[in-house]
Structure formats: structure tokens, C-alpha cells
Design a protein around this ligand. Structure first.
Ligand code: CTP
Ligand code: MN
Ligand code: MN
Ligand code: MN
Length: 376
């Protein structure tokens, strides 16, 4: 029997920021199962068990081999009793009865549908479930429900928004965002973040960070961009959130705190010509005119001051679990506080400046982890 090349379980860190996690997942069978369990605990607002399964999922994604025997997970961190039981079931039967139970659970199935609508979270799902509603169609048909502006957009563009964003669509939107921003601020830096920066070729949205390296700041930039898109008929929905950042404020202690940047959660209309109709006959051309030639795409735009750009980039690149572990590592291993705006050293009582992600890892005493290795 061939032995694995020197893999030592006891050397695996409990923090995903000390591991390399590429998109090459050898344990999808297990991690998909854990993610179902985590989601079900999220729906039940059990944060502790939700995080336990998310951490286990992250850990197995980082392993350089497929788990096939219980011996393979010996000595690994992040594997509690519940996680171990599910691994054992999957090794023995190829599937987990607990996971199957969740997948067939009425409440889980309804929440899964409700939360697939843009603007609908656990709280709203809970309310609809208690009213006896079970499917997206039932919610849509109920005209007595009071929907937010966001949820209305969520139902209006439902089909487009649940079908994932492709890399090609992300590239097309990147050009639009760059061109629009540069008409107002030619020197502005526009960077795609989120899953696409980590090398994924699909996503649920497209995330952008915008900063101006020059001396000139423009508080109106985001409004100008949005107004132009409105005029061009490209804006289907938009929620602008103004900056709430206060200078010198300490990083938040919360695990999943919102940052204070000026930002916009938008739905853009992306035109995509489907067929080359130059060879079509007239009746075919008329028919094509009826076909919807655009797709609704979720876009997050975040404006950051240049001094905070590296921290914002690290935070918005994710993954979410990678970010959580960076902050947990900073707090518990370094007596520092990290968020999307900066890093505060509690012993020295100073903010540590950084002009790049590499510098932030260095401040934390961590080996650099490249974006495509942050798919924790
Ligand atoms: N993020 C954040 N603050 C927010 C929203 C998101 O710091 N208010 C971070 C998340 O933690 C995540 C990254 O920004 O690490 C991107 O978020 P999101 O678009 O939700 O996830 P992706 O990793 O891009 O995956 P997806 O394909 O589902 O969009
Ligand atoms: Mn994203
Ligand atoms: Mn997401
Ligand atoms: Mn996003």
C-alpha cells in the first residue's frame, strides 16, 4: 500500500487562515453533507452547531486526499461527535441518514425555498412558515403579504437571480463597472472581489471594491454611477447605504459584523444578445424581438478610502469562513482586532497600517495565503 506523502494530522491548524484551501475539494461528499446540516442549524438559529459544521466542512475541503477510513480523520481539529457520526455513516453507507432526514424535513425544505429569494432571511421565512406557507409559488400567490422593496425585486427577477452568475457574465459586468466609474474618476481602482477573485467560475453575485488612489476623494462617485445607470435603463434595483465609519473606531468584536463602507446592493440589467439574427427571415426576426435579451444580475459595489483598501480587499475576498477565522485568529492568538477597515494591536494600542494583503498577513504573523487558496 502506498503511503500518503508525509501528511501529519496533528499539524493541521484549527484556523482556516493557516491552511490552504483551493477549489479542488477531495471530500465533496462529506462537505456537502455538513453544509446541509449547517444550513439547517442556521434556519433554527443555532449559531454554535451551524459554525461547528461550517468549520468541519472547511477543514475537509483543505485536506489533500479523500477521507475513506475513520483513521484518516484521527487527530484532526474541528471534528466533534456530531461531525464524526456523519462521516462514519457516509463511509459505511455512502450517505447519511441524518442528512437525508434534514433534506426531507418540511421546515428545512420551505426555508430553503424562501431564503432563495433576494431579501428574504431566516426571520421572514419563520413568519411565512408559521402562516402555513411552504413554497415560493404560495408566497407569490398570497396578495395579502407585505413585501419589502428588496423582496419585490427578488420575486420579480427570481428566475434570473437563482440561476448563477457565470465567469463570462462577471467579465461583462466588470467592463461596465470599470467604464462607468472611469467616466467620473479616471484614476479609480476597480477590483472584483468575492468568489470570482478566489478563482470560482460561478457565483450568486458579483462583488466590486472601488477606491481612488489619488489625493482627490469623491463622496458623490457612487451616486453618479447609479444615476447614470438609471438614465441608461440598466438599473433594476438599488439600495445605497451611506458610510457610517468614524475615524479611530475600534474593530468590531462581532464575528459577522457589517462594515461601515459606503456601498450599494444593486440588480443590473445585463444585455446578452442570444442569436446572430442576420441570417434569419423576417418572421423569425419578429419572434426574436419578443425574446428577453437580458439577465438580471446581483452586484455589490463597495467604496473604500485608499488607506483602508487592503483591509477591505481581504475582507471582501472571503471566503466568509476564511474571514471569520482570520478575525478569530487575530483575537485569540495575537491580542489584535481585525475587521474590514483595519487591524488594532491591543497591547501596543495602535492601528497597524497596511498597503497590501501581504502586509496584513505579516502583521498577524501568518504565512501569506493567496486568494485562490482562501476557499475555506
Ligand atoms: N462580506 C462582508 N460584508 C458584507 C457582505 C459580505 O465583509 N456586508 C464579505 C463576505 O464575508 C465574503 C465576501 O464579502 O467573504 C463576499 O461575500 P458574498 O458575495 O456573499 O460571497 P462570495 O464568497 O462572493 O460567494 P457568492 O458566489 O455566493 O457570492
Ligand atoms: Mn459574491
Ligand atoms: Mn453568498
Ligand atoms: Mn456579495
Amino acid at each position: 500500500e502506498l503511503e500518503m506523502p508525509a501528511f501529519t494530522a496533528t499539524k493541521v491548524s484549527q484556523y482556516s487562515c493557516q491552511r490552504k484551501t483551493t477549489l479542488n475539494n477531495y471530500n465533496k461528499k462529506f462537505t456537502d453533507a455538513f453544509e446541509v446540516m449547517a444550513e439547517n442549524y442556521e434556519f433554527k438559529e443555532n449559531e454554535i452547531l451551524c459554525l461547528e459544521f461550517l468549520r468541519a466542512s472547511s477543514l475537509l475541503k483543505s485536506l489533500p486526499f479523500s477521507v475513506t477510513r475513520m483513521k484518516d480523520i484521527q487527530g484532526l481539529p474541528c471534528v466533534g461527535d456530531q461531525v464524526r457520526d456523519i462521516i462514519e455513516e457516509i463511509i459505511e453507507d455512502g450517505e447519511s441518514s441524518r442528512v437525508k432526514e434534514v433534506l426531507n424535513d418540511e421546515r428545512y425544505k420551505a426555508f430553503k425555498q424562501f431564503t432563495s429569494v433576494f431579501g428574504v432571511g431566516v426571520k421572514t421565512s419563520e413568519r411565512w412558515y408559521r402562516m402555513g406557507l411552504r413554497t415560493v409559488q404560495e408566497v407569490k400567490a398570497d396578495k395579502t403579504l407585505k413585501l419589502s422593496k428588496m423582496q419585490k425585486a427578488g420575486f420579480l427577477y427570481y428566475e434570473d437571480l437563482v440561476s448563477c452568475v457565470s465567469k463570462a457574465e462577471a467579465d461583462a459586468v466588470t467592463s461596465i463597472v470599470k467604464n462607468t466609474v472611469c467616466t467620473f474618476l479616471p484614476d479609480a481602482l476597480v477590483t472584483i472581489t468575492g468568489g470570482f477573485r478566489r478563482g470560482k467560475n460561478i457565483g450568486h453575485d458579483i462583488d466590486f471594491l472601488i477606491t481612488n488612489p489619488g489625493p482627490r476623494e469623491d463622496d458623490e462617485l457612487l451616486h453618479k454611477v447609479i444615476d447614470l445607470w438609471k438614465k441608461q435603463g440598466l438599473l433594476l434595483y438599488c439600495d445605497i447605504i451611506e458610510s457610517t465609519f468614524v475615524k479611530e473606531q475600534l474593530p468590531s468584536r462581532k464575528v459577522d459584523a457589517m462594515d461601515h463602507f459606503q456601498k450599494c446592493f444593486a440588480i443590473l440589467k445585463l444585455y446578452q444578445p442570444r442569436v446572430d439574427n442576420s441570417t434569419c427571415n423576417t418572421s423569425k426576426k419578429l419572434e426574436l424581438a419578443e425574446v428577453k435579451d437580458w439577465k438580471a444580475i446581483l452586484v455589490d459595489l463597495v467604496i473604500t478610502p485608499f488607506e483602508q483598501y487592503a483591509y477591505a480587499l481581504l475582507g471582501w475576498t472571503g471566503s466568509r469562513q476564511f474571514g471569520r477565522d482570520l478575525r478569530r485568529y487575530a483575537t485569540h492568538e495575537r491580542k489584535m482586532m481585525l475587521d474590514n477597515h483595519g487591524l488594532y494591536d491591543r497591547r501596543k494600542r495602535i492601528f497597524l497600517k497596511a498597503g497590501s494583503e501581504e502586509e496584513i498577513f505579516a502583521h498577524l504573523g501568518l504565512d501569506y495565503v493567496a486568494p485562490w487558496e482562501r476557499n475555506a
